[in-house]
Design a protein around this ligand. Structure first.
Ligand code: GUN
Length: 292
């Protein structure tokens, strides 16, 4: 078994981005700029947005955060999105999710100009990705495709099983793996909570992508000898062995599945570190007007 080291690959990409920023600004070009809208004071969202700002700084991007109280009116958020849409200094905009329940997520996402939608959540970007046009791809599937590409994993003609069908992971993942481009060209099966004979299907996978959201759901008996296993899950569980009192685990029972897999992503240090890097790559593309 060989680990797919997401931490190391993410660091390599960050260095590549930093080099590109130096080249652009050295030639008199504009510094890429990512804006985030943060509503309320959810600590997890606060951490995500802070991490994104920190990552921007590390590669030489500008970033700004627009904060709103949890009781903000939807109209005010839509106006803020319009304001950022019109600002030529800002290349990319993300609205940190989840939003408070009185706000219509889709309404806010659809207010973002597709050319600034570096989260790839706008239906125009989702639709373009679906029909194979250049688009922003959302952070997790984008990061997984980078991991696969940079690890030299062959996907062409292989059987890829995707566990999970969410809009932000399972669904785009299955489309990307099946696309007529490489990485891609895989034969894809999508499994979900209503799938029958799940073990039979996952055991036939050459590449198994797990985004089911249940701790250690995938066990060794569900995996074919020599398969590539990508674990998208991340769960915090109590642990007596760590100073913090908890540890992180994935959707895959790592110790036993690692015995059978040819390649596997660890948790933490696999898919996770790739997600912020994907957002940086999308912001760089936005600033270079590569997609639109
Ligand atoms: N909340 C959790 N993940 C994400 C993400 O990738 N983008 C946004 N905007 N919000 C999130």
């Amino acid at each position: 078994m060989k680990l797919i080291d997401g931490k190391k690959i993410a660091e390599t990409i960050r260095q590549e981005i930093a080099g590109e920023v130096k080249r652009i600004t050295g030639a008199g070009g504009k510094v890429p700029h990512l804006a985030a809208i943060l509503v309320g004071d959810d600590p997890a969202s606060e951490t995500y947005v802070n991490n994104k700002a920190k990552a921007c700084k590390e590669v030489g991007f500008d970033s700004s955060t627009y904060r709103f109280p949890a009781d903000v009116q939807q109209e005010e958020l839509l106006e803020a999105v319009d304001f950022i849409n019109r600002d030529p200094e800002i290349d990319g905009l993300i609205v940190q999710l989840p939003l408070p329940s009185h706000i219509d997520n889709q309404k806010v996402i659809q207010q973002i100009l597709p050319e600034k939608d570096v989260d790839g959540f706008h239906p125009v970007n989702v639709g373009r990705m679906t029909i194979g046009l250049p688009s922003y791809v959302s952070a997790t599937p984008h990061g997984i495709m980078e991991l696969i590409m940079r690890s030299g994993i062959q996907t062409r003609g292989r059987h890829c099983v995707v566990l999970g069908r969410s809009n932000i992971v399972g669904k785009p993942m299955s489309l990307l793996m099946a696309r007529n481009e490489e990485p891609g060209n895989a034969t894809v099966t999508v499994c979900h909570s209503k799938t029958q004979n799940l073990k039979e299907i996952t055991s036939a996978a050459d590449i198994l992508i797990v985004a089911i959201g249940q701790p250690e759901f995938v066990t060794a008996d569900m995996v074919k000898e020599g398969a590539v296993v990508i674990d998208v899950g991340i769960h915090r569980v109590p642990s007596a062995k760590t100073k913090s009192g908890f540890r992180l685990i994935g959707d895959v029972r790592f110790d036993e599945v690692a015995q059978k897999a040819s390649r596997i992503t660890p948790v933490p240090g696999g898919v996770g570190p790739m997600t912020i890097v994907s957002l940086l790559l999308n912001t760089l593309k936005a600033s270079k007007k590569e997609i639109y």
